[in-house]
Design a protein around this ligand. Structure first.
Ligand code: FAD
Length: 550
């Protein structure tokens, strides 16, 4: 079905669930992060009958908590991971081609400093290998900068240790939006997907997995779904889902936590994305985005509650110390952090290796009943990961298809021809709607929703030019938001990048959603508490209080 106007909403969830529970799917995918999203799209394009279930919102796990780079990972060359760098490096251009409004070229500045991770020679060699493994076009290849040139680009870098610099090509994305668009594309191609549907058990008959038993968190009801094959793409939860079947099964994952903090550009006014040395031999990214700069990440072994990997005071101080050490700025303090996020890397265990040394490769595990689990890997490699495991599923099912179709598949229903058309689109939107809305908001809507931005501008115009309402209505109708945090955190990114917008629009959004989605009684109060808690956690208020009273 190629229905451009297909609704994907909680408003028609009940009949869809009832229909899904009467089918026997070819494939069920557990987990609505980037890995599961890549798999459902690949399977749907092969014409498999496929269902995805996600226990919270789509992309609510690691896939909204990354550094948001579509990259090959320069540092993995130091670990001699040539295969991984080649694959993810090449996938960058594929992702850009297939959804350019969400995968933007971003020049990365690597300052070369005395006693840094990379010397000029090793950096030049590494980037040369990187560019050639990834098949980067000659005009986009690295550029060397003298110390003077680096300082003219970034006058805030401390001069004393600086020797020179290199600019190389990367891409920046919005991980949660990319995940959502993949799932929407699968649904357009006849797949089914439910968020807030948690798998409690694998249904096994005669030793073979034949379905899943779930709880629907929007109603509390129990639902079973049947299928011929099951893939668990549950990221950090992969071991937990494997243990549903066999509690004694050995863990395969080593989880590490990665934190990012968000600073006001006024406090940290850099011009470029910078990959810079921390004081302990690690490297961090500082990435400007409109009025903020986000910086990360940490990489520490994590053994606590998988559903709540918060930013600790020590994480925030580590990143701030790295910034204050490398840049000549008025030292930034913890109370200046505007927001933060914290995610878990589902890395594959390797005996004797520390968090930073662990490979980022993906792996597939098979359970006795036939459930396949996939973990590890990178956001950037989602398409190839999906291809590998759907190939296996296809074989297992003896399903006959035309094979993987995702390489040249335009993910958005109204794709841009190329990146310059996208840039023109933004300019035209500013011209057309600039008298109604703030220019930065117009850009934001174009970046988030691509050509569907027009639907949002027009809908908003019919509601007293209320752009928040326009975006909310779109996300309710076409992106299955159920909780206001789905909207604030994953569909718009405001919880991270525009926290003041969340505070300002909180009541409006909550009231509209309650009216339209008809939440169960008492839920509104609980939802308001969730949002206040999320704002407090992300903006690190408890640590601010500590500092403020010192
Ligand atoms: P997840 O996104 O965690 O998805 C798994 C989903 O399964 C979750 O949404 C969860 O709710 C769901 N689930 C769990 N149990 C159940 C159940 N019982 N029933 C139903 N659903 C369930 N990669 C890059 O390419 N570029 C980067 O810049 C980058 N930066 C990173 C920075 C950090 C700090 C981290 C932590 C990772 C980074 N990565 C990056 C790696 C990348 O983010 C991850 O590899 C990727 O997001 C993992 O996706 P996933 O779908 O496997 O897991």
């Amino acid at each position: 079905m190629k229905d451009g106007n297909k609704i994907f909403s909680h408003q028609d969830r009940a009949p869809r669930i009832s229909e899904a529970s009467n089918l026997n799917y070819d494939l069920i995918v557990i987990g609505g992060g980037i890995t599961g999203a890549g798999i459902i799209l690949d399977a749907a394009l092969r014409k498999m009958k496929v269902l995805l279930v996600e226990k919270n919102d789509f992309a609510s796990g690691t896939s909204s908590k990354s550094t948001k780079l579509i990259h090959g990972g320069l540092r993995y060359l130091k670990q001699l991971e040539f295969g991984l760098v080649r694959e993810t490096g090449k996938e960058r251009a594929v992702a850009h081609e297939n959804i350019c409004h969400l995968v933007h070229p971003e020049n990365m500045l690597l300052p070369i400093v005395e006693d840094g991770t990379f010397g000029l020679l090793s950096a030049t060699m590494a980037i040369k290998i990187y560019d050639s493994l990834a098949g980067v076009k000659p005009e986009q290849r690295k550029r060397r900068l003298s110390k003077k040139e680096v300082l003219s680009e970034e006058p805030l870098i401390k001069e004393s240790r600086l020797k020179s610099g290199i600019v190389y090509a990367e891409y920046r994305t919005d991980d949660a939006r990319l995940t959502t668009e993949l799932i929407k594309a699968a649904v357009r191609n006849d797949a089914e997907a439910f968020n807030y549907m948690q798998v409690d058990n694998i249904i096994i008959e005669k030793g073979k997995a034949v379905g899943i038993a779930c709880t629907d968190h929007t109603t509390g009801s129990k639902q079973n779904f049947r299928s011929k094959a099951i893939i668990s793409a549950t990221g950090p939860w992969v071991d937990k889902v494997r243990q549903l079947e066999d509690p004694k099964v050995e863990s395969q994952l080593h989880l590490t936590k990665g934190v990012h903090i968000v600073l006001d550009k006024k406090d940290f006014p850099i011009n470029n994305a910078i990959y810079f040395d921390a004081f302990d031999g690690r490297m961090l990214f500082a990435i400007p985005r409109a009025e903020i700069v986000y910086v990360g990440t940490t990489d520490t072994t994590f053994k606590k509650d998988l559903d709540n990997p918060h930013c600790d005071e020590s994480d925030a101080l580590y990143i701030l110390n790295a910034v204050n050490n490398f840049f000549d700025i008025k030292p930034i303090e913890i109370h200046q952090i505007k927001s933060s996020w914290s995610g878990l890397r589902p890395l594959i265990q390797q005996k004797g290796k520390g968090p930073t040394e662990l490979s980022r490769k993906d792996e597939i595990f098979n359970s006795e009943s036939g459930v396949m689990s996939i973990a590890g890997g990178k956001l950037t490699g989602f398409r190839k990961m999906a291809k590998r495991i759907v190939d296996l599923a296809e074989n297992k099912l003896s399903f006959s298809s035309n094979g993987c179709q995702t390489k040249n598949y335009k993910i958005h229903q109204n794709p841009f021809k190329d990146y310059s058309s996208f840039k023109k689109w933004i300019k035209n939107s500013e011209k057309k709607f600039g008298h109604l809305y703030d220019k930065e908001d117009i850009r934001d809507v174009c970046y988030n929703f691509g050509k569907d931005s027009t639907l949002i501008f027009e809908e908003s115009a019919q509601n007293n030019n209320n752009l928040v309402l326009g975006q909310l209505k779109y996300c309710i109708q076409k992106e299955s938001v159920f909780h206001p945090l789905d909207f604030f955190e994953r569909r718009t990114g405001w919880l991270y990048f525009k926290i003041d917008h969340v505070r300002k629009n909180l009541n409006k959004v909550v009231n509209h959603m309650n009216e339209v989605l008809k939440w169960p009684p008492n839920m509104k109060q609980k939802i308001l508490e969730d949002i206040h808690q999320a704002i407090a956690n992300n903006s690190l208020v408890k640590f601010k209080a500590k500092i403020d009273t010192q």
